[in-house]
Write a protein that binds this ligand. Structure first.
Ligand code: DON
Length: 309
């Protein structure tokens, strides 16, 4: 798709698309999920959604991609909206400083994950959502559909199956936590729900709109409240400190915004009260964050002067 950078930040988006061109040769697609390994690292899209629902972008901003860990933000928001502080019973809020699928810290910390954005923590959130709603993945998909206005957003069964077939590490995390009583649902069903959730495909436009409640102090597209302003602040804070795993410090330093990445190459970021951003480019660095995506967000906050700092 050609650049159509219109709107308040249109010129900035056009400039970022040009300036990040050479980075779209770097990084590798996620290779541990075979269904993602063939992604073309030259793809790039970036969208901005303003709080009134205006959305625009450049490059492949309307192309659906595998959202993966970005869904962890929506799952956390839903769980918080349903049970408030109870969600933190078996879940921390500290950066892990470890890779997103690491096992070691879990044993030292008695089966309680450091935060909701590493895989172990996301499994705890999906477990709670599963208990509370009976269909954790469906709830995440439906929230995204409603907030983006795109009813076509859906799971990709081949990606979920590909991940399940290579899901030994997530299975190990889940069984390990089950042994501590951290999760309540049977592990096979919980893993299936988690893989379905991660397999949701959506575009930069969908995700920027979908996460706009975080820029609107918890208010949904229809004017109702998903989260209280305080809960929206909390989700943004956990994104800032934990949303990019063991690179969260570097991301905060470079971008200065709450952000959440996924191994599909997408990253969402929030400028509270101003806009929500989503960037996608599948070439990942060694910590699982999009190389061109982090740079694009870095350029955005540098060029506009907009950050939470
Ligand atoms: O569980 C996994 O490994 C993937 N479904 C999601 C990982 C992910 O996106 C982490 N992100 N950077």
């Amino acid at each position: 798709m050609t650049a159509v950078g219109t709107g308040r930040f249109g010129a900035v988006l056009n400039r970022i698309e040009k300036e990040t061109a050479e980075l779209r040769e770097r990084g590798c697609p996620a290779d541990y999920i075979p269904g993602l390994a063939g992604a073309d690292i030259r793809r790039f899209g970036m969208a901005v959604a303003e709080p009134d629902g205006t959305v625009y972008g450049v490059g492949d901003w309307r192309t659906p991609f595998s959202t993966q860990s970005i869904t962890k933000v929506f799952a956390l928001a839903l769980a918080l909206s349903l049970e408030g502080e109870q969600i933190w019973r078996n879940l921390g809020r500290e950066p892990s400083g470890n890779p997103f699928n690491s096992l070691v810290q879990l044993e030292y910390e008695n089966g309680v994950p450091r935060n909701p954005f590493i895989n172990a923590g996301a499994l705890v959130v999906t477990d709670r959502l599963q208990s509370l709603t009976g269909d954790a993945a469906g709830q995440v998909r439906d929230l995204l559909r409603a907030e983006s206005g795109n009813p076509a957003i859906d799971f990709v069964p081949e990606i979920a199956a590909s991940e399940a077939a290579h899901g030994d590490r997530n299975a190990a995390l889940a069984h390990f936590m089950a042994s501590y009583g951290t999760i309540a649902n049977p592990v096979p069903g919980l893993l299936a729900a988690y893989f379905r959730q991660c397999s949701i495909e959506a575009s930069c436009a969908d995700l920027a709109l979908g996460a706009s409640f975080l820029a609107r102090r918890g208010v949904r597209e229809d004017g109702s409240a998903l989260l209280t302003p305080s809960q929206a602040k909390q989700v943004n804070a956990v994104m800032l400190t934990c949303g990019t795993y063991d690179a969260a410090g570097e991301f905060a330093y470079r971008v200065g915004l709450p952000g959440k990445s996924g191994v599909g190459g997408g990253i969402i970021a929030v400028v509270p009260g101003v806009c929500t951003l989503c960037v996608w480019s599948p070439g990942l660095d060694r910590r699982g964050n999009s190389v061109a995506g982090v740079s694009a967000l870095d350029r955005f906050t540098t060029l506009t002067g907009l950050s939470v700092f």
